[in-house]
Design a protein around this ligand. Structure first.
Ligand code: GLU
Length: 316
């Protein structure tokens, strides 16, 4: 029998599963962000993979001093231990710049002078996330106009994927989104660009996050294809809502170093359909997580968004 060359064997070996949690440091962890942290952790640990942590601090004006440190301490209190060094988007501008250059070399970027108001007034119809860019500056800036943002040309093609929980999802970027911003008028890099470059750089194989980001996924897949990056698996989670049906956010109360992490963890597990057996209620986080990793199943998650448990405002 002929032995395989070791580098060839390596090339054939499946990649190490890598998941990630990517919070913005704009306040403490809240029940909604705990769900994203927990869901991504359980799913990737169940696959024997690595769980990476990325701080999404692209926008200095939204970064709250001290909140990164508090997020890390809170994750530790919940027993959610990450692998490898922490990644900070504020330290990765060179990589985003290089990606923009790669896209510009393909003739896919163009400067745009439109303000939000102008886009709203001229948009053909409202997309899932606001007005669809009508293509005003696609063929050049109007005389005398100054560039504000840089946009990426999209094409009139369907981008489809199968979400692990929500199933088939598709968008035609030209009809549903329009050419989108990769560098904002304030010179900050766009979320879509940074996420794709970073997920690619750390070899993320599975993205788990709230279902409010489902509609961003086709844009991210499009960018991966243009940049020659692999497309990870996508797994979106139901959202925890407040009494008005709004997605929970930091204003709903946060868990800065929770006094009773085991109880909150049990609620988050139950929300995700992974409620532990009665004898484990009140167990320390490490024990709850070990049980939850061993028993994690996607099929137990109810995809409907629904009310968060009542106690969520009382902590922290
Ligand atoms: N930073 C985003 C948030 O806090 C998550 C982005 C992502 O998971 O792709 O909602």
């Amino acid at each position: 029998m002929k032995l395989l060359n070791p580098s060839f064997v390596e090339a054939l070996a499946p990649p190490i599963p890598v998941g990630r949690f990517a919070p913005s440091p704009s306040g403490s962890l809240h029940f909604g962000s705990l769900l994203a942290a927990l869901g991504s952790y359980l799913s990737i640990r169940r696959q024997g993979g690595l769980w990476r942590l990325r701080i999404e601090d692209l926008d200095p004006l939204r970064t709250v001093p001290g909140s990164e440190d508090e997020l890390l301490r809170t994750l530790e209190a919940f027993g959610l231990e990450w692998d490898g060094p922490l990644l900070r988007q504020s330290e990765r501008f060179g990589a985003y710049e290089a990606a923009l250059e790669q896209l510009a070399a393909q003739g896919l970027l163009f400067p745009c002078c439109c303000s939000r108001k102008e886009i709203l007034a001229s948009a053909p119809h409202l997309g899932e996330e606001g007005p669809i860019y009508p293509g005003t500056c696609r063929h050049g800036l109007r005389a005398g106009q100054k560039a504000r943002a840089m946009r990426l040309r999209v094409d009139d093609r369907v981008i489809a994927f199968v979400d692990k929980l929500y199933g088939p999802y598709q968008q035609n970027l030209a009809l549903d989104v329009g050419d989108f911003v990769l560098r904002r008028a304030d010179k900050l890099f766009g979320y879509q660009l940074a996420v794709v470059v970073d997920d690619g750089a750390i070899g993320v194989t599975e993205v788990v996050r709230g279902s409010d980001l489902l509609a961003s996924t086709p844009r991210q897949i499009y960018l991966q294809r243009l940049l020659g990056l692999p497309t990870p698996a996508y797994f979106h989670l139901p959202l925890a809502l407040d009494d008005e049906g709004e997605k929970l956010s930091k204003r709903h109360g946060c868990y800065a170093l929770p006094a009773d992490p085991g109880r909150i963890l049990c609620s988050a597990l139950t929300f995700l359909g992974q409620g532990p057996p009665p004898e484990l209620r009140g167990a320390p986080p490490a024990e709850l997580l070990a049980w939850a990793v061993a028993n994690f199943t996607v099929a137990a998650i109810d995809p409907k968004n629904r009310l968060a448990p009542k106690f969520f405002t009382t902590e922290g």
